[in-house]
Design a binder for this molecule. Structure first.
Ligand code: ZN
Length: 445
């Protein structure tokens, strides 16, 4: 394969960029444009001055790899467990997972996770996503993983036929994509796959690019109504052979006892030397085996025509994007796919999340009705940005030292701004950008 690398010194070769833009604009969204019309993320754009010109490339057509699942029995999980030997040096990891949210309890869960500086995975319901879009935004911005738990959790409908299950996955995916710009690849079956999924469910979801994830420790917080916190703590705290705990909990309506139990559960795992992980579609998922109950359901498999029109092209949605490596004066941070976007050839980044990652901060000034951002703790210049108009003022001391109007996006309350403008207005001398087969790179100096 021919390796294509473009190095671009920004701001100085506009003509070349314009030609390159014409050549490569169709591939900027990693091929997604063909399958997915531009979302409201882009429609909200304020037309203004150009931001950073993203280095461009041909998209590669590699489909995301799937790893072999680790099969477990639903009963006797701890005894049977994995078929693979864990590497002896790998640290013990617990993956906290929360199903059925978001709800009015999710904010408390996020506060607890933040206080403990740990990540978790939220398997959300489409109907709850519609009710609490701001919580999806927050889950996403705070670095947790979002998985798909179907739209309404209705077993009768979901397990009567695969197309019914599929429709709910896609509907929920659209709701999440509208908010985060990303499509969750992780799927968790309501009630778990045991007794529900047959080989068709597993096979078609995998073919479509999804990774089905069960659990190997059940906190027991949904075995009946109002399970008390102490009982949840007891159920949730246990070692498993191999040291990889995928813990099932719930943050849906009515699960306040789970929230109450959470700090103790975290403390227990911390005390035993566990790391806290966020599930990734790249890791081998825990999956229950197909059992006799599921096989006995005798559902008819979808037709070849249905599979062709629904499943065949879906995996292309998950072609791997490239991370954006941002080097600011020698300090490097990485923005993964979905944590940045490219609009009209310019890198757009979430203002608050980015400034926090590079050691600065962003606060809302309600009196001035603007976001105030600093790119480092000791920055001489602070930026006041008005989300509605994109108006930016760079302030040094009490003096406004420059003004411009940015192309900005508002994604459910989060302000996204052009990367280049952010650094230029803050007084950085220059920016270069490049892209190769593995990554995009922006260096600020
Ligand atoms: Zn559930």
């Amino acid at each position: 394969m021919v390796k294509k690398t473009f190095s671009v010194v920004l701001g100085s070769i506009g003509v070349v960029l314009a030609v390159m833009a014409l050549l490569f604009c169709a591939s900027v969204w990693e091929g997604r444009t063909l399958l997915q019309p531009m979302t409201p993320l882009v429609q909200n754009a304020v037309k203004t001055a150009p931001g950073i010109e993203a280095a461009r490339e041909k998209s590669s057509a590699v489909i995301g790899r799937q790893t072999d699942p680790v099969h477990v029995d639903q009963a006797g999980l701890l005894a049977s467990n994995t078929t693979k030997k864990a590497a002896p040096v790998s640290p013990k990891t617990v993956y906290l997972t929360f199903d059925d949210g978001p709800s009015d309890l999710t904010g408390q869960v996020l506060d607890i996770l933040k206080k403990n500086k740990i990540g978790a995975t939220f398997f959300v319901l489409g109907e709850q996503v519609k009710k609490y879009p701001q919580l999806i935004s927050r889950i996403y911005e705070e670095g947790h993983a979002i998985g798909n738990h179907t739209y309404d959790h209705n077993y009768t409908e979901l397990y009567q036929s695969f197309p019914a299950f599929w429709d709910q996955i896609k509907e929920t995916e659209e709701e999440i994509h509208l908010i985060t710009g990303e499509r969750p690849q992780l799927v968790r079956a309501p009630g778990g796959t045991a007794g529900h999924f047959d080989d068709t469910y597993f096979k078609l979801l995998q073919q479509a690019g999804y990774v089905v994830t069960d659990w190997n420790v059940d906190s027991g917080d949904s075995k009946r109504r109002d399970v008390p916190a102490a009982e949840i703590v007891k159920g949730a705290t246990t070692d498993v052979p191999g040291g990889k705990v995928v813990l099932l909990m719930h943050d849906g309506p009515g699960h306040s006892e789970s929230v109450k139990a959470l700090p103790q559960i975290i403390s227990w795992y911390k005390a035993r030397g566990y790391q806290f992980g966020v599930l990734s579609p790249q890791d081998p998922p825990v999956q229950f085996k197909v059992n006799a109950t599921a096989r006995g359901l005798k559902r008819s498999a979808p037709s070849a025509a249905w599979i062709q029109s629904h499943i065949a092209q879906n995996a292309a949605l998950f072609e791997p994007g490239k991370p954006l490596r941002l080097d600011v004066g020698g300090l490097e941070t990485t923005l993964d796919t979905g944590e940045y976007s490219i609009v009209d050839g310019h890198y757009m980044v979430p203002l608050r999340a980015l400034t926090e990652r590079i050691g600065g901060n962003t606060v809302w000034d309600s009196a001035g009705a603007a976001w105030v951002a600093s790119l480092s703790a000791d920055a001489a210049v602070s930026l006041r940005i008005h989300a509605d108009t994109g108006r930016l003022e760079a302030v040094e001391g009490n003096q406004v030292v420059s003004r411009e109007t940015l192309q900005v996006l508002t994604v459910n309350g989060s302000l996204w701004v052009p990367l280049r403008s952010l650094f230029e207005a803050s007084g950085y001398a220059g920016i270069t950008a490049s892209v190769n087969e593995e990554e995009r790179r922006v260096t600020v100096f």
